[in-house]
Design a protein. Structure first.
Ligand code: CDP
Length: 230
């Protein structure tokens, strides 16, 4: 029987981590977990319930209610991947808004929130093969992951990709706003004290600025075959 492995995909904002992760999970019949969607969901909850901006007082309140906020993933057969639910409501669309994007990286600096997320993420993998993407998957969540990938691309290429996604979804947003959001999240994610975005020593770095998603997938599949016989 083939061995199930853990594939950790980290990298800067909008580098195509989730696209690659979804394809790999389908290809290997593994679970796919978008850890960023969990931080986005908590941010969405905090916004909706007027906790943001955090201060000493409301942060204390938030720490008390966090365990009662129910996050779950439900597999969508049509789409071929799981969608995130907050207290039993599908919030996939809501969490991708620019408002959530503008707040998520500051929410993700809070240590008790990270601790809770990491606990949930570890539980989600169980004994099955898993592909998880985020910022600290190869360094904190699964330091023993068999395959660690770290994706990068120039900020302009990434902003163009994210901007055209918004345009396709008829979301009104300026290109500059998207670019600034990516740059400021990259900075916040890399500079934070708890679990900063860094390349794990044993991660393979892929700069996909000039690589198509298809070529990237072919490349990673070749690694799976050569290294893991998958
Ligand atoms: O899709 P995109 O690359 O733009 O971001 P995401 O994966 O949805 O993550 C949103 C934000 O959540 C990131 O900018 C980080 O601030 C935070 N995050 C994190 O701190 N740790 C993770 N494992 C995943 C996301």
């Amino acid at each position: 029987m083939k061995k199930n492995i853990i594939i950790a995909i980290d990298g800067f904002a909008s580098t195509g981590k989730s696209t690659l992760a979804k394809h790999l999970a389908n290809y290997l019949n593994y679970i796919y977990v978008d850890s960023g969607s969990m931080y986005r969901a908590i941010t969405y909850y905090a916004l909706k319930n007027n906790y943001l901006p955090f201060n000493e007082e409301n942060l204390k309140e938030f720490s008390k209610i966090l365990l009662d906020v129910k996050l779950s993933f439900v597999f969508n057969k049509k789409l071929g991947y799981s969608e995130i639910f907050l207290n039993n409501n599908n919030i996939e669309k809501e969490i991708r808004s620019i408002l959530v994007s503008n707040h998520v990286s500051s929410v993700a600096t809070v240590s008790f929130i990270r601790k809770h997320m990491v606990n949930l993420q570890k539980k989600l993998s169980l004994d099955k093969g898993v592909v998880m993407d985020g910022r600290d998957i190869g360094t904190v969540v699964f330091p023993n992951a068999e395959l660690k990938l770290f994706l990068t691309a120039s900020a302009e290429v990434r902003a163009k990709r994210r901007y055209s996604e918004y345009v396709n979804e008829n979301v009104e947003v300026e290109y500059d706003e998207v670019l600034n959001n990516l740059k400021s999240r990259d900075l916040d994610d890399s500079k934070r004290k708890d679990s900063p975005l860094i390349v794990a020593d044993d991660a393979l770095e892929i700069d996909n600025s000039f690589m198509s998603m298809e070529d990237q997938l072919i490349f990673v599949k070749s690694i799976l075959k050569d290294k893991f016989n998958l």
